[in-house]
Design a protein around this ligand. Sequence first.
Ligand code: ATP
Ligand code: MG
Length: 726
Amino acid sequence: MKIYSYLLFFLLLINNLFSQDVLKNNQEANKLFELASNNFFNLNNKESIKQAEKILTFALENNDNNLAAKTYNLLGLNFEQFTDHKKAITLYKKGIFCATKVKNDTVLGWLYNNIGGVYSYNYIDLNVGTSYFKKAYQHTKNIDNNGDFLVAGLNIGGNLIDLKQYEEGKKYLDEIKDKVLNSKEIDIVVAMFASYATYYDVYKNDFSLAEKAFLDAIYYGKKDKTPAIKMNLLDIYKSFAAFYEKHNKLALSVKYLNLYIDLNAEIYNEEQKNILNGKDKNFRLDLVNSRIEKVEQENKDYIKKLNYNKYFIIFLTVLVFTFLTLMYFLYKNFIKNKKINRKLKRANIELHKAKQKTEEIAKLKTQFMSTVSHELRTPLYGVIGMTEIIENEHAELKDSKYLNSLKFSAKYLLSLINDVLSLSKIESEKIELNYESIDFRKEIETIVSSMEVIANQYHNKVKVDVSEHVPTFIKTDKTRLSQIIINLLSNALKFTKDGTVSIFIFVNESKKTLKFEIKDTGIGIPQKYIDKIFDKFIQVERNSDEQFQGTGLGLAIVKRFIDIFNGEIHINSEINVGTTITFSIPLILGETIETAPIHSSKDISNNISILVVEDNKVNQIVTQKLLEKNNLKCKIAVDGYQALEILKSETFDIILMDIHMPGINGFETTEKIHELGIKTPIIALTASDKYEIEGDISKYKMNDLLVKPFEFIDLQNLIIKYINKT
Ligand code: ATP
Ligand code: MG
């Protein structure tokens, strides 16, 4: 016995649709669904399917699973009408999939009942059908007044009875019997009685209970004229006729058989009218099928596209987020950097200020040092000069201990001042070397000859050997190189007695380095001093009573100068055997220069006259005495004005010009002398530091410079140089 539950569901479906979903879904879609449902109800399946297609498209596009599930259900019902069971099952399954997603138990109830129906009513597989009905039963049992629950129960019951599981089946019928009767739904009441009839007839073989069930079914069935009920009734008439026949009540059997034939004819005519069961040749089911599939495929593509878009949007979001994060950190960094920059700027300003201050202090220190030096050197020149005068004029005092002490102290003081000034300059200023081309051998000769006095003092022989590979002209800072050599030579001579001091100069193989070796046969330096000998104020303690002249600054200055030259220095020494000092500086080839030949003192003629411009009374005497002692004619001008006056009427071979003088200084006087057109060589004679006034010497076109106190030989060399020039 079949229950055409879809009509019932259909009615319920419309009820539910309007009670639940109108507001929830798009109005137009729901309106159309209503139409499609009506068309199905009126067996206008063709129209119903067309509309359902549209609704499905809409539902899938809008991801409306409720509407999709319902539409699949409607489509399934329609396809069942065309007896396309396979397609109907597929559609119901799709509906189940959608409804499960949104957990819509009502729609699941319809769908499970309907799919169960396909399997059961067409006798495809009653067991499978039953299992679907049971699912419908499960999903609907908690929904109040739900017809689907009763239908599911009836279907299970009916199927189980058909499967000969009579008691089990009747249990389901009994369970829902009261509810079925109360529901007043004709078809289910009919279906229930039909099932009971089968139970009592086939299983219990209880004629009267079976007959009563049949009659009840027919009683209710006749109350409704809907085609579905008619179909049910048709089955019941047939079964009832067979029932009477079985029990030999042939008249009654014929009566129901006739009723069956009449109803069948009636239904057939209606079917003809509605062109049911695939008789509509123009309606291409296969096309509908493919169209639905197309809709679904398009939807899948759309979903894919949506997903793709989704991924793209996610990607974009991540990108934007990353970008923003990056921007944030960049911004933070920027702010941080700005802060740091500000701090750095401030620190820089502070540093700059500090540097300026340090530089100022250094400058002040140097200035102070040179002023002090100048102020000390000036009287010292007097002291040393005076001592020499006394020594010369009073032969009886030559061996005086006091006079010697005075001389020693004065010279010590002088070298101390010079050394301290040099060191202070090196340490407070960045010393730049003044490179110039020199005739190297001549320069060495000059240096060595200036050492004659101290060589003789200690009875030493001096040997000079300049390798033939050393170029004639080299480029170097003449003054600093001289200072290095003089310091080393004077040490060698000072700390050697009755010995030999040799200086050997050569170049290395690559001709990139100029090497000096100063060797003496003196007292040597103890090993423990070797490492610190270049430190300031280091002097070796000697056991002997002999007093060595010096301040302990010479080697410190040498080392620093060699560093400035980018050179190297090494000491090798053995006590009482001698000391060898080697140093090297980079060799730079110089240009050829013309140098005046060096003359010996014998070259100075007796007729040379010198104008000494000097304001200090003591120094006037010292210089005058020194010159006269060396057979030079001398006239003193006490200041610049007087010098200019004298020069207007007298001519001289050389002018020795003091720089610091009251009134007009040495430079201004020189300028005025030049203005007078006087060409006499002017040599600055000053207690100032050589490096400090060098610039002004050339600026004011003075010919040369001699720092006080000086050895006569230096002056002599200058005199020879300029007299021979003029
Ligand atoms: P200054 O050179 O400042 O007038 P100084 O000669 O005593 O004084 P340095 O030239 O620095 O000072 O030398 C430091 C010390 O090294 C010297 O006092 C001396 O004891 C030792 N010394 C330097 N050269 C020699 C040498 N050739 N032989 C022996 N001792 C030396
Ligand atoms: Mg020395």
